[in-house]
Design a protein around this ligand. Structure first.
Ligand code: TRP
Length: 328
């Protein structure tokens, strides 16, 4: 017996960075030991904002699958699949859309945010408005009770619960109301101190080589007040320190912090120490990735088998949904 069903998805944006790893993946890898876990590469969601340029979609799906497997998601312990391989999700999305008031979708803070932020793109579309409803279909088709995500997804989960509740109210008890399973927040800034993001070009990727890591750590921003090595530094405003907190053993961390505050260690040396620890963390992931890259058929097989398993479950949920709605 497991502790219950969890479901979570990731958009196929290409190679995953450390922000993606600590924001979600690390947690999924732990949770697969105790929960019945479904993880989906949500290609339809990628279309909601990226429908105009789909040239890299298949490559991006593969990159995410490679990163998932090399970071430790285990097809023997969880079910991984591509969203669009489960057509039942699209039917559930359609049916849920019938009970979802437009005002709920328009009110969603991520909807308003994105409309502003992605100004250059035309996302004033029906598909983009329906994003949270599609996400609800992902979750509810699995009858998942828990959804391991970062805080940014809380508005979507709130909507998933409201949609589930409304469906249950109209057609009778069908779906559990899914709860967020929040990841303990490990805050990793990007190289420039802003949030780590592919579009800011400030990310360290799980697939980065030791040479790339060395180069990137040397570019990280430190305390801007600190000009000379002997100036006392303030670790609280330093990206390198934020990384040390995640990748460096406590005793070394305290020693490095103290040395920085007293102006005893320069930023260059501090970055070298970090690079070493980062390389140690990423090397096994790199190694597994190279093995998997040499065997793309295996990766594709994992996703096909995952889709088969997820579908069995999805078909059952959808039969129940149709029955409750008096559809055939
Ligand atoms: N909206 C999520 C994100 O941007 C991705 C996602 C789609 C998702 N479907 C999901 C997450 C279902 C959890 C459960 O990260």
């Amino acid at each position: 017996m497991t502790k219950g069903i969890i479901m979570s998805g990731m958009r196929p944006t290409g190679k995953l960075h450390l922000g993606n790893y600590f924001g979600a993946l690390e947690n999924w890898v732990k949770l697969q030991e105790e929960y019945t876990s479904y993880h989906s590469i949500v290609d339809w969601h990628a279309l909601t904002t990226g429908y105009e340029d789909t040239g890299e979609l298949q490559d991006n799906i593969m990159e995410v699958a490679l990163d998932w497997l090399s970071a430790g998601l285990d097809p023997g312990k969880c079910t991984m699949y591509i969203q669009s391989d489960i057509k039942e999700i699209s039917e559930l999305f359609l049916l849920l859309s019938m009970v979802t008031p437009v005002s709920w979708l328009e009110r969603c803070p991520t909807y308003k945010d994105q409309l502003q932020q992605l100004e250059g793109k035309n996302i004033a579309t029906f598909g983009f408005l329906g994003y949270p409803c599609l996400q609800a279909a992902d979750i509810l088709i699995c009858k998942a009770r828990y959804v391991p995500v970062g805080e940014d997804q809380l508005p979507h989960l709130e909507l998933s619960r409201e949609i589930a509740r409304r469906f249950n109210y109209i057609y009778g008890d069908t779906f559990p109301e899914p709860q967020a399973l929040l990841t303990e927040a490990k805050v990793l800034p990007g190289l420039d101190g802003r949030k780590m993001s592919k579009s800011y070009n400030n990310a360290i990727y799980l697939s980065d080589s030791p040479e790339e890591i060395l180069k990137k750590t040397s570019q990280m921003v430190t305390d801007p007040q600190r000009i000379k090595k002997t100036d006392p530094g303030n670790p609280e405003v330093c990206s390198v320190y934020a990384f040390h907190k995640v990748f460096t053993r406590l005793s070394d961390l305290e020693e490095t912090e103290e040395a920085c505050r007293r102006g005893k260690i320069g930023c260059v040396d501090c970055k070298k120490r970090l690079a070493q620890n980062l390389v140690e963390f990423i090397s096994p992931i790199n190694r597994r990735r190279r093995e998997l890259e040499a065997n793309p058929d295996y990766v594709r097989d994992v996703l096909i088998e995952g889709a088969k398993k997820a579908r069995e479950n999805a078909v059952k949920t959808l039969e129940e949904v149709r029955r409750k709605m008096n559809l055939k």
